[in-house]
Design a protein. Structure first.
Ligand SMILES: [Zn+2]
Length: 132
């Protein structure tokens, strides 16, 4: 375990649990509306056959949003398992300690700032735990 006090650890666990509850709610809402707003009912309400593809896009959008949330949920589960085996707070690439400020901002962070910056340069874009 990195130099986390038990209080810091508790704070981070609480952040993770709150975020997980929030995400579960969002995913549920997104999948529910994807089910209810199926192509026929949305297109039926609009009453214009030309809007059918728009309805399909709308359903896709909901699922894409849920996918982002599902990815973050997975990151949260991974953070919990790192907490369980005491590797939480250490960078998965260089093994260095992840600063508490970074963990507080991104409790699912699995890399230190330097490794995250390098990761972003290699893979492009920002993931759920950006370096900044
Ligand atoms: Zn690192």
């Amino acid at each position: 375990m990195a130099k986390l006090t038990s209080e810091q650890r508790r704070t981070l666990e609480r952040h993770l649990m709150e975020r997980r509850a929030e995400l579960v709610k969002k995913v549920r809402a997104a999948t529910d509306s994807a089910k209810t707003d199926n192509i026929t009912s949305v297109a039926g309400e609009v009453g214009d056959p030309g809007d059918e593809s728009m309805a399909a896009q709308f359903v896709d959008l909901n699922l894409t949003e849920a996918q982002t949330e599902l990815r973050e949920l997975r990151a949260i589960e991974e953070a919990f398992s790192r907490l369980a085996d005491n590797t939480y707070g250490y960078c998965t690439e260089c093994g260095g300690e992840i600063p508490y400020a970074r963990l507080e901002a991104y409790p699912t962070a699995e890399r230190c700032t330097e490794c995250q910056t390098r990761h972003e340069r290699v893979y492009g874009g920002r993931d759920v735990t950006p370096s900044l």
